[in-house]
Design a protein around this ligand. Structure first.
Ligand SMILES: Nc1ncnc2c1ncn2[C@@H]1O[C@H](COP(=O)(O)OP(=O)(O)OP(=O)(O)O)[C@@H](O)[C@H]1O
Ligand SMILES: [Mg+2]
Length: 222
């Protein structure tokens, strides 16, 4: 609280700033993505411009829209960059946000899993189920065992039923190019893929692997 002459006591103006910092810190965005923002995502192709537009629109319209994004694309094209940039904008507006890499989340859930009760600690699961916006990075990256499929179904179906917004990134696509290549449905199951059609707008992100570009920049600077 602060005292303002002539106006009495009112909530301190730094509270808004503190709330923003708290929400950003609590989102658990890895340090690697500190510099990722909407305004430094380079969009040169039509699909990149479209992805940037959907990301910006979602970030500004939330919570009026609960339809999240499923960012699909090859490695290094900026899917996590875009997802993180959205999360930052929404956290800055005071909403609770969480970043989870799919494999790490499964490990956390598994570490508290009790086969006798067939359940995991609520302290691990509740932020995932309840946060206003969840960014689930690398969807489909973990080997789809029965336990992985069941756990993923539980998380997604709970958020689906409660109309909670979720952003996903994945390296898997929907079209089967040939019998050797797995598609997203193979990795996450038919029921989860079906729910994602309703929960998210599917957005293809194309382009080159920016990590290679960064490597070339380092080399050319030597
Ligand atoms: N379009 C872009 N504009 C600016 N920087 C980009 C762009 N695409 C990628 N980058 C940068 O390249 C690096 C890799 O991007 P990112 O981690 O978002 O890729 P990704 O699509 O999530 O890849 P993966 O599928 O391997 O996880 C990051 O440092 C990111 O900031
Ligand atoms: Mg990524």
């Amino acid at each position: 609280m602060e005292f303002v002459a002539g106006r009495g006591v009112r909530p301190c103006s730094c509270r808004g700033v503190k709330r923003t910092i708290d929400h950003l810190e609590m989102a658990g965005i890895p340090k690697r993505y500190d510099a990722c923002h909407i305004n430094n995502f380079k969009a040169t192709t039509t699909l990149q411009r479209q992805a940037l537009k959907f990301a910006t629109t979602f970030a500004h319209e939330f919570p009026a829209t609960d339809r999240g994004l499923l960012l699909m694309g090859n490695v290094g094209v900026g899917k996590t960059h875009l997802g993180v940039a959205i999360l930052k904008l929404i956290a800055e507006r005071g909403f609770s946000c969480k970043f989870y890499e799919f494999g790490s989340l499964l490990k956390e859930i598994q570490s508290t899993y009790n086969p006798q009760t067939d359940s995991s600690e609520i302290s691990v699961l509740s932020p995932v189920l309840q946060t206003d916006v969840l960014l689930l990075d690398e969807l489909g990256a973990s080997k789809p065992t029965n336990w992985v499929m069941d756990t993923l179904y539980h998380v997604i179906n709970t958020r689906y039923n409660n109309k909670k917004a979720t952003i996903f990134t994945t390296n898997y696509f929907d079209d089967r190019v040939d019998a050797r290549h797995e598609i997203l449905e193979d990795r996450i199951g038919v029921a989860v893929r079906s729910r994602l059609f309703e929960m998210c707008r599917t957005v293809i992100v194309d382009g080159v692997d920016h990590r290679r570009k960064l490597d070339n920049q380092v080399l050319s600077a030597v």
